[in-house]
Design a protein around this ligand. Structure first.
Ligand SMILES: Cc1ncc(COP(=O)(O)O)c(C=O)c1O
Length: 446
């Protein structure tokens, strides 16, 4: 029997690499051991299990326990990743479309959802407070200016932390949103663990109305498992319906069970485990500083490791290749940046392998170079994202796209600041950025 995907995963697993990437369960040990009986747990909506989108039975009970742990008005499980939570949040705040003030550090799932819902994003560019090599933060002042200029906006949408772990001032932004009478919703895909830090940094604890938490990225949860955290109780009654609008009618029970198991694990000793993780990550960050690897400045996720390798002369994915040769599989390596996603499932031995690898690689002499992130400006908007995404389109070479209107999102990740959005005019600036990211063809409106 041929099963190429299964075979590839088995072959990769045989290499015994240290996993410094998603999913955070790392394929090992408790609390997921029960899932080795995968098929026996792959059930459906029966009276004993309850139905996710009907909010019944054991499924609903698992959500109530999660809500108690996270201190929310309600917590909803998603087996469709954070993407489904983002779709539901946007549907809840803008059921009839309209303007949403939105940080330009944004994942494509939000842009697609905005197009489907007829939402008009009002963009705010990030500042440069995280340093030259990293995408920056959305400031409360910038949100205030955008809301003042757009009094008809119905919500604020912020991504924090970003892929690098850079965090915006959610408390300050929540206060500004409150003063303007609109809800703040946060793409907290990379921050499901923030609740369990010594100082709770989760968006809903800092004043956000809702957050979308991609649990599988940073907590021991199967890929696709996420929570939608709702603190503003006005949104509770309609959220389940909003999730059902976008979600499959067959949500995966193994994924939901993994959310429930992770919740139980976090209830027991989440804080202690995250504290140990942060201690280990701090040591790696100290080593990075000692070795001359630049890390993002200002408030960042204490459990994320992201650094710029170009200062030491390592080009593009070179540092990643060297990490692999030394037994570490990174989450991302390219554009002179490395992103590692360790979790509570990584052992001290894993961190020892990682620190030996970083030390060894950095001791190899290179010619230093300067890495500066090309900061995107806002291209001119011609039509709405909805019109552009749903239009007839054609693929053209990037060099020939000047003056055309983009029909898709181009968001190299990192920096995760889209170069051009659907509906925006492509200029020379955008062309050179796309080429520098190795993008050679682009879909444009016909
Ligand atoms: C910032 C951000 N938001 C949302 C998502 C979507 O999350 P998921 O893959 O869980 O649907 C991602 C995925 O990488 C992300 O990086």
């Amino acid at each position: 029997m041929k099963a190429p995907l299964y075979d590839a995963v088995k072959a990769h697993n045989k290499k015994n690499m240290v996993s410094m990437h998603m999913p955070a369960h790392k394929g090992v040990a408790e609390p997921l051991a029960a899932l080795s009986e995968m098929q026996t747990l792959d059930v459906t909506e029966i009276p004993d299990t309850g139905s996710l989108f009907d909010g019944e039975g054991a499924t609903a009970q698992a959500e109530v326990f999660a809500s108690e742990l996270f201190g929310t008005a309600a917590t909803f499980m998603s087996a469709g990743g954070c993407t489904l939570c983002i779709q539901a949040m946007l549907r809840a705040v803008a059921p009839h479309g309209g303007k949403v003030v939105c940080g330009r550090v944004v994942h494509r799932s939000a842009i697609n959802a905005m197009a489907l819902l007829g939402i008009e994003p009002v963009w705010i560019l990030p500042d440069d407070s995280a340093g030259e090599a990293f995408s920056g933060r959305i400031t409360p002042q910038a949100v205030c200016d955008a809301l003042t200029a757009n009094p008809d906006a119905c919500a604020v949408y912020i991504t924090s932390p970003d892929y690098f772990g850079v965090m915006s001032d959610i408390k300050g932004i929540a206060e500004v949103a409150k003063q303007h009478g609109v809800p703040l919703i946060v793409d907290n895909a990379h921050g499901a663990h923030l609740k369990f830090l010594k100082e709770d940094m989760s968006p809903t604890s800092l004043g956000a109305a809702m957050s979308a938490d991609s649990a599988h990225k940073t907590l021991p949860v199967m890929t696709g498992g996420a929570w939608l955290q709702v603190c503003d109780s006005r949104f509770v009654p309609d959220i389940r319906q909003a999730m059902a609008l976008f979600g499959s009618t067959s949500p995966s029970y193994p994924i939901m069970i993994s959310l429930d198991l992770a919740r139980a694990f976090l209830c027991e000793n989440g804080r202690e485990q995250i504290e140990v993780l942060v201690g280990r990550v701090n040591k790696i960050k100290d080593l990075c500083a000692e070795m001359g690897l630049a890390v993002a400045q200002g408030i960042c996720d204490p459990a994320r490791i992201a650094f710029d390798t170009s200062m030491l002369g390592f080009s593009d994915g070179e540092f990643g290749e060297l990490l692999r040769l030394n037994g570490v599989e990174p989450e991302y390596a390219g554009q002179g940046k490395v992103i590692l996603i360790p979790s509570v499932m990584n052992t001290q031995e894993d961190f020892d392998v990682l620190s030996r690898a970083i030390e060894k690689i950095c001791n190899e002499k290179r010619e230093p170079a300067q890495s500066v992130l090309v900061r995107a400006a806002l291209p001119q908007k011609v039509i709405s994202p909805r019109e552009a995404l749903l239009s007839q389109s054609e693929s053209v070479p990037v060099e020939k796209s000047v003056g055309r209107v983009a029909a898709e999102v181009f968001c190299p990740c990192p920096p995760a600041i889209p170069v051009v959005m659907p509906g925006e005019k492509i200029g020379k600036n955008e062309v050179s950025q796309l080429l520098s990211y190795g993008i050679f063809n682009i879909k444009v409106v016909k």
